[in-house]
Design a protein around this ligand. Structure first.
Ligand code: SF4
Ligand code: SF4
Length: 404
């Protein structure tokens, strides 16, 4: 059986690949395995085999698609502008639709149902905190290992959703609180709100918003991702600007244009927090702090670099905060976090995490920023003690506090 859903890859997009191979050297999975089927060109060939030659969507096809990190480095390298992220999401939707029902149901519960429910996220966080407190969390090999990348595992989740801050008459900046970010990375939201208020915005975190849908979309649950997008489009309708402080979520919000009524309007209003700070500093709404010689390493999240093409904004934010911005491994490989990839492909994820940590270690820089929560976790895990890994907005907000 070939494609069975309405989400199948656009044949014109597949046809636009001229098989030049320029994407191969930038593809992390190809660089590590040397296997053509683990390259963008090989994956596109497999999709074309289904689309044009009746090849089946079987386990082999699903495995070829699954090993892709969806980092989109190949999109940046591609002279034919193949929209790789889009066709990969569509192929995964097909693979998921044709996967055995029990396996698909379990994945859907984890990646869609649980992420959409604040109650389930709270419960899971409380359970993990309890296990951590009594020293049993480490016995759960995957989850225990992941939580090493967290600064702390909160007992009680204080969601930012439903909050509003700042002057009543300012332009309205609506904050995407997200799913896991709202539970485990609330410090980043706190810093984001503080900076937005200082820039003159009235900040609102709509209570009716939901998870952006990136994890669902990347994992092949296209209908669920569309339903989440619809809910968010309604929740953020009255925003002047929609702000994301997790690069993966921001990249997905910026791609909402494909989801119908009102979607393009919303997508056009989305900004990563670093872009907002750069604009406010240039307009004099936020200060620049006196320059120092303190070096801060910049790690570029794939979804800020290739998904949003906004990664250099972080350099400007760090310089405005008074530090010397040192991009590390710019144009290099994905750190291997990639959402749930780190759970589903642990060996590949670990190889990439270690490679990224080695590049950082070689610079001798001990403070590193990353604008994506998942990358932060991955860097903390593989850099270990002696390093400080933060979000750029946290460094900028701290400078505001210390220079008051
Ligand atoms: S760079 Fe683009 S056109 Fe060339 S092989 Fe890769 S995807 Fe195809
Ligand atoms: S998205 Fe990343 S991992 Fe996937 S094919 Fe492109 S470069 Fe390779």
């Amino acid at each position: 059986m070939s494609w069975v859903t309405k989400h199948s890859p656009n044949p014109m997009s597949l046809d636009s690949c001229v098989t030049c191979g320029l994407c191969l050297p930038v593809c992390p999975t190809f660089r590590i395995t040397g296997d053509e089927t683990a390259s963008p060109r090989g994956r596109l060939t497999a999709m074309s085999a289904v689309a044009f030659h009746g090849a089946p969507v079987d386990d082999r096809f699903a495995d070829i698609m699954s090993l892709c990190l969806q980092c989109r480095a190949c999109e940046t390298a591609c002279p034919s502008m193949v929209p790789f992220g889009e066709v990969m999401e569509a192929s995964r939707a097909e693979a998921e639709a044709q996967a055995p029902a029990p396996r698909s149901r379990l994945r859907r519960f984890t990646l869609v149902t649980a992420l959409r429910s604040r109650a389930l996220l709270r419960l899971a966080t409380f359970g993990a905190s309890l296990l951590s407190h009594i020293g049993l969390l480490r016995r759960f090999p995957v989850v225990g290992d992941q939580t090493r990348g967290l600064r702390r595992l909160p007992w009680r989740v204080r969601s930012a959703a439903g909050g509003s801050w700042g002057p009543q008459d300012g332009p309205v900046a609506m904050l995407l609180t997200g799913c896991v970010a709202d539970v485990w990375f609330s410090d980043i939201h706190t810093a984001t709100v503080e900076v937005l208020v200082a820039a003159g915005y009235r900040v609102v975190a709509p209570s009716k918003q939901t998870c952006c849908g990136a994890l669902a979309s990347h994992s092949g649950f296209a209908d669920d991702a569309a339903a989440m997008a619809k809910k968010n489009i309604a929740a953020f309708e009255s925003a002047d600007v929609v702000v994301a402080d997790v690069a993966g979520c921001g990249a997905h919000l910026k791609s909402y244009g494909r989801f119908g009524d009102g979607a393009s309007d919303l997508a056009a209003k989305v900004r990563d927090i670093n872009e907002v700070i750069v604009e406010a500093v240039r307009e004099g709404r936020l200060p620049s702090f006196p320059a120092t010689d303190i070096e801060v390493g910049i790690q570029d999240p794939c979804h800020l670099e290739h998904g949003q093409r906004a990664h250099t904004a972080v350099d400007v934010v760090i310089e405005a905060a008074g530090f010397k911005a040192v991009p590390i491994d710019r144009g290099g490989m994905c750190c291997g976090a990639a959402g749930v990839y780190q759970l589903e492909h642990q060996k590949m994820s670990a190889d990439l995490g270690q490679a990224k940590a080695e590049r950082i270690t070689r610079t001798g820089i001990k403070t590193v920023v990353s604008a994506n929560a998942g990358c932060e976790m991955q860097l903390r895990r593989y850099l270990g003690n002696g390093y400080s890994v933060q979000h750029p907005v946290e460094m900028y907000a701290r400078q505001m506090t210390e220079n008051r």
